[in-house]
Design a protein. Structure first.
Length: 235
């Protein structure tokens, strides 16, 4: 996801860095966790990583066989002093174990598609413009909408590189599944009404999925009370 952010945003980042503790056994907010990093906070805005706009299993990168460029959806983020244009992913790539079953693979990919929608909302895309109904249901979808509405009220948006997701485990039992993942926000910055907070906490999330309308959807995701930081999985 390429970002174009100006010096004004970088300057804002240096104003304050808030600190929050680890999560609890509650529904995961759409905004991810927060912590104080040791790195230069301006790097989260001024030196974002390049990102592929295609799913991980797409073997092509560039023009299709017909010679036409593959279209990439983009979005101009709101609430920022300088223009910031991001590419919108359809799926966050997650490495699947070689011995995973077809059902387990389907669950992991469903979570990657779910988080792509979460990522879009975090970047400022209006909730009614994303396809949340295809990736989430019940409590999780309701909370996604509530968090998105709160973000609009608070003029909150995430600026920075795309999230990386590491799969810890996946279990499938009929039409229900559970997976554990560790998310790396890559020192993204949450800007709320012009005030910056670095988003760098790496902790484990526990997610429940169910089959609805013939496809896997996220029903609930929480941070276990005894969750431990998981930086080592990205080293």
């Amino acid at each position: 996801m390429e970002m174009r952010t100006g010096a004004a945003v970088a300057a804002v980042v240096t104003l304050s860095v808030l600190v929050a503790g680890c999560g609890s056994d509650t529904e995961e907010p759409v905004g991810l966790g927060m912590a104080t990093p040791s790195a230069d906070p301006t790097s989260a805005v001024t030196e974002p990583a390049d990102v592929a706009a295609t799913p991980a299993d797409d073997p092509t990168d560039g023009p299709d066989p017909g010679g036409d460029e593959v279209p990439v959806a983009t979005f101009t983020q709101p609430y920022l002093p300088e223009e910031s244009v991001v590419e919108l992913r359809d799926e966050v790539p997650i490495e699947v174990p070689e011995d995973a079953t077809d059902d387990e693979t389907a669950v992991v990919r469903a979570y990657g598609q779910y988080y792509a929608v979460v990522e879009q909302v975090l970047k400022g895309v209006p909730f009614d413009d994303v396809d949340a109904a295809s990736v989430a249901t019940g409590e999780r979808r309701a909370n996604m909408r509530a968090d998105a509405e709160e973000a609009v009220e608070q003029e909150r948006v995430i600026v920075g590189p795309p999230v990386e997701i590491h799969l810890s485990s996946v279990e499938v039992d009929g039409d229900q599944a559970k997976l554990l993942t560790c998310l790396d926000p890559g020192e993204s910055v949450r800007i709320t009404s012009g005030e910056p907070t670095l988003v760098v906490e790496l902790i484990e999330y526990e997610t429940d999925l169910v089959v609805e309308d013939g496809r896997w959807k996220v029903a609930k995701t929480v941070t276990p009370q005894d969750a431990e930081p998981c930086e080592e999985v990205f080293e």
